[in-house]
Ligand binder design. Structure first.
Ligand code: SF4
Length: 318
C-alpha cells in the first residue's frame, strides 16, 4: 500500500512538482500497489493518477460543494445504518477503504460510526422492519474487513427472515483484486439462502486487469450477480470513447454496467464536475455506440429524494 507522495511519484517517474500536488491533504493519499502499477509512467494527466492524487484544487472552497452532499447524516437513524430508500437499507460495515478516491462523497463522513459494536443495534433495527428486503454492505469498503467478520455478519443477516438479497458495494475487487480473494466468503455466498449481488466500482478500462478478470470468474462461479457503478469524472472518463471502452471491457470480464453517477457535490471535488448537459450529450453518443445493456444509467443522487434521479437534457441543450 502506498501512503507517500514520494513513493507514488517514484513509481510513476514523476516529481511532486510536476503534479501540483497537495503534500498535506486532509484526506490522506492511499493507493494500493496493484492500482499504482496500472498508472502510466511519466504521464501527469493519467486518468487513474487523477483519481488518487491529492491536488491543490481540493483546497478551493466552491459554493454548493458540502461535506454531506447526499444527506447521509440525515438518513442515519442508527449509527452504521442508512435507510433512505424503500425496501433496502445500507449498513456501513467499515470506515476503511483500500484506496482513497479524491472525489469520494463520503470523504468527510464520521466513519467512527462504522464500527462493529454498532452492528447489533443496526441488525435489531433491520429485523424490526419487515419492509427491508435487501441489505447493502457498504462503507468505506466492506471487503476491507476480515473474511471471518464478513462471514459472521452474513450468518446474522440470514437469520432475518424478511431479507432476500445481500448486496456488497466494493471498489476492492478492481483496485486490489488480491485483497478480495476470500474463498471462504465467496463459498458462503454461494451456499447462502440470500441472493448475492456485488457492485464493483470501476471508472476506466485501464483499471481492469487479468487479475480482476480472474476474480470476477470466481465470483460468477459463486452465483454472484456482478454489476459496476462508476462516477463521471472530468479528465478521467468524460468522453464517449473512454466510456465505450469501459463498458466493453467490463462485459468481457463478466460485469454489467449499472450506474454512472454524476459527481456528488462534495467539498474538495469540484474540479471533477461534469455539468448535466455535457453528461447527457456524452450519453447520447454512448447510446449510439453500444447496445442498451452496456449503457449504464446516468443518475444523480439528490439528498432527500426517494430514489436516484435519471439525468435528462434541459430544453436549452437541444
Ligand atoms: S472506495 Fe468508495 S468509499 Fe472508498 S474512497 Fe473510494 S469512492 Fe470512497
Amino acid at each position: 500500500m502506498i501512503h507517500s507522495l514520494t513513493e507514488l511519484c517514484d513509481l510513476i517517474s514523476l516529481s511532486p512538482a510536476d503534479l501540483n500536488a497537495d503534500t498535506a491533504p486532509d484526506f490522506p493519499l492511499k493507493v494500493p500497489k496493484h492500482f499504482a502499477h496500472r498508472i502510466e509512467k511519466n504521464s501527469p494527466q493519467d486518468p487513474l493518477l487523477r483519481q488518487v492524487l491529492p491536488g491543490l484544487a481540493e483546497k478551493s472552497i466552491i459554493e454548493g460543494f458540502t461535506v454531506d452532499p447526499v444527506g447521509d447524516l440525515k438518513a442515519n437513524p442508527t449509527p452504521s445504518l442508512i435507510h433512505k430508500y424503500q425496501g433496502r437499507a445500507l449498513l456501513m460495515t467499515s470506515g476503511r477503504c483500500d484506496i482513497h478516491c479524491r472525489y469520494c462523497f463520503r470523504r468527510h463522513f464520521p466513519y467512527q460510526q462504522a464500527k462493529k459494536q454498532h452492528w447489533q443495534t443496526a441488525l435489531k433495527q433491520i429485523a424490526a422492519d419487515p419492509s427491508i428486503e435487501e441489505i447493502i454492505l457498504s462503507g468505506g469498503d466492506p471487503l476491507s474487513l476480515s473474511e471471518n467478520s464478513l462471514i459472521e455478519l452474513i450468518a446474522e443477516l440470514e437469520k432475518i427472515s424478511h431479507l432476500t438479497t445481500l448486496r456488497i458495494h466494493s471498489r476492492t475487487p478492481v483496485v486490489a483484486p488480491n485483497r478480495a480473494e476470500m474463498p471462504l466468503l465467496w463459498r458462503t455466498l454461494n451456499a447462502s439462502r440470500l441472493q448475492s449481488v456485488v457492485v464493483v466500482h470501476c471508472n476506466h478500462a485501464n483499471e481492469l486487469s487479468d487479475e480482476t478478470a480472474r476474480l470476477f470468474q470466481t465470483l460468477k462461479k459463486a452465483n454472484v450477480t456482478l454489476l459496476n457503478q462508476s462516477v463521471l469524472l472530468k479528465g478521467v472518463n468524460d468522453d464517449v470513447t473512454t466510456l465505450t471502452q469501459l463498458s466493453k471491457k467490463l462485459f468481457q470480464q463478466g460485469v454489467l454496467p449499472y450506474y454512472c453517477h454524476q459527481l456528488d457535490k462534495v467539498a474538495g471535488a469540484a474540479h471533477f464536475e461534469v455539468k448535466n448537459d455535457q453528461a447527457w450529450a456524452i450519453f447520447d453518443q454512448l447510446r449510439q455506440q453500444l447496445p442498451g445493456y452496456l449503457v449504464p444509467r446516468l443518475v444523480s443522487e439528490i439528498a432527500g429524494e426517494p430514489y436516484k434521479t435519471l439525468i435528462f437534457p434541459t430544453k436549452e441543450s437541444h
